[in-house]
Design a binder for this molecule. Structure first.
Ligand SMILES: Cc1cc2nc3c(=O)[nH]c(=O)nc-3n(C[C@H](O)[C@H](O)[C@H](O)COP(=O)(O)O)c2cc1C
Length: 199
């Protein structure tokens, strides 16, 4: 089993999504002898955001790219290769200002590539990252689950589904800004949800 762990908190230490990701991956490794884990920590090593020069590089045919353009595309290629190789992808998605972190968005922008991870057919779009299990951890300061303020889960479901990633388990850890008791309760619930999801 190839496991890809995507950490996207701005925090390198003390992150709840990183903690939950670690717990999921540890559980998967315990149950799958010989599992190979690749960790991409986008907080410690941010991926560059899309800008004009990145788009210019991507839309220049490979044999016409400058060395600088080729190097920029290679950064995205590496993330795509990791996603393609994974059987399981574990994604941390901390809520920042009601959305995902810029770190995670940059990973999304890197791995969504036409005719590689999705394509358009006569009958509509087709995701090309198939037959993979995805876990997404969702720490929040407040409580948003199933409410109008949770624009993360619809976005994540749409984006991941567009790439063919339709088997997604969400793990919530909510109320982390509501005091120590709420934190303890949220973490205990999230830990129990992970154990149930992996059982
Ligand atoms: C910049 C920033 C923005 C945040 N915005 C929200 C928000 O919109 N809603 C919310 O419930 N919590 C918000 N929080 C709280 C985080 O979701 C919470 O601290 C969570 O634990 C972050 O995940 P992490 O610990 O993996 O970094 C925000 C935190 C930060 C640092």
């Amino acid at each position: 089993m190839n496991i890809l762990q995507i950490n996207s908190s701005a925090k390198v230490t003390g992150s709840e999504s990183n903690r939950l990701n670690d717990k999921i991956v540890a559980g998967l490794v315990a149950d799958n002898a010989g599992a190979v884990v690749v960790v991409r920590d986008l907080g410690a090593q941010p991926h560059p955001m899309i800008d004009q020069s990145a788009l210019g590089a991507l839309f220049t045919p490979a044999d016409q790219r400058t060395a600088e353009q080729a190097a920029r595309v290679a950064l995205d290629d590496a993330l795509i290769a990791q996603a393609q190789a994974a059987d399981v992808i574990v994604i941390g998605a901390p809520m920042y200002n009601f959305g995902i972190s810029v770190q995670l968005k940059s990973w999304f922008d890197a791995i969504a590539r036409a005719n590689v991870t999705f394509r358009y057919t006569a009958t509509g779009p087709e995701g090309l990252l198939k037959n993979k299990k995805v876990y997404v951890t969702l720490p929040r300061g407040g409580i948003h689950r199933n409410g109008a303020s949770d624009s993360q889960v619809p976005h994540l479901t749409t984006f991941l589904g567009f790439l063919g990633l339709t088997d997604v388990t969400f793990v919530y850890s909510e109320g982390l800004g509501l005091g120590p008791e709420a934190v303890a309760k949220a973490q205990a619930q999230a830990d129990a949800d992970i154990e149930a999801a992996l059982a």
